[in-house]
Ligand binder design. Sequence first.
Ligand code: SER
Length: 381
Amino acid sequence: MKKYGLNELRQMFLDFFESKGHLVKSSYSLVPHNDNSLLLINAGMAPLKPYFTGQEVPPRTRMATCQKCIRTGDIENIGKTARHGTFFEMLGNFSFGDYFKHEAIHWSWEFLTEVVGLEADRLYPSVYLEDDEAFDIWNKEMGIPKDRIFKFGKEDNFWEHGAGPCGPCSEIYYDRGEKYGCGKPDCTVGCECDRYIEIWNNVFTQFENDGKGNYTTLKQKNIDTGMGLERLATVVQDVDSIFDVDTIKALRDKVCEISGKEYKKEYKFNNQCIMEIMNGAKKDLPNATVVLVLGILSLIFCWCYGFFGLILGIIAVVLAGGQRKLYLQSPDEYTESSFKNVNAGRVCGIISICIAGVVVVVLLLVLMGIVAGIGIASFGL
Ligand code: SER
């Protein structure tokens, strides 16, 4: 298989669906218009919702886009898996009351196996467990053996994001090989590891969710497909993760250059994300170590040299105040570890001030006692 670049794959997808009569449109804005249910566009279908519901007439009943998306729902997985990113591009072909399951399934297979050249033996479809029609298309029309078609429940194979058009879906997984697997004996399609990676989602959009869990059947049957462009590039280029595909690697290399960090070498996780490298580019607070050292010294000295400990403690606390202000004004600029050091130094300083204060007061009292004693003895009072 040729290792196409990410930009080439995007164009190949759009050209393919243009040849199937789709109107190709550029990505819509990431900011939704007239949609209060979303803060940011999270799927190719999101800006097209009114065409699915029949509320608006589409410019053509077949459309294709490569949509910029932001999905914060996956944020906890970023940097941990090979396949999750906050920002990504979603390739999508859409039918608004035009073609349905049959064409959508055939074309997704044709694009992946004949245009891109993925090995059919490494592809596994999944269907919603009650969707016998989709199962039969895969099995009888596409010739995929029954034991290679996976049936999943609503959680995996029913697509919806809050209110709006939704429906059962059929996904296509790619087996990246044992080297990416978790090694568990039951590792297969649906496993959380990075071996079987979902690349294509055919959604059979035939319902509308009112946002309260009530479903109505839409006037028309639609198709909403989505394929993560970076995921496709990951399997085509046979690289470790979405952060290693050509275009993202170029960005990552620039980030490494700016931060002076080396990807993978200075980070223990293989799939460390750009965000974390950027954290490596943060500076330490300028006097964090000084505050910590002063705080510790003040704690050591306050027991035996009360006055000295008191002075060091006061300097540590005052200096810590300035460093804390600096951090709280721009937390993105400074490392959290240096902020922790400042806080530790400050706590040591406060404790020493208290201890040294007591020591100094006791010393003063003793001194006063001695002076008073001398006075009494001298004057014979
Ligand atoms: N809307 C579906 C998804 O985001 C398919 O485009 O996966």
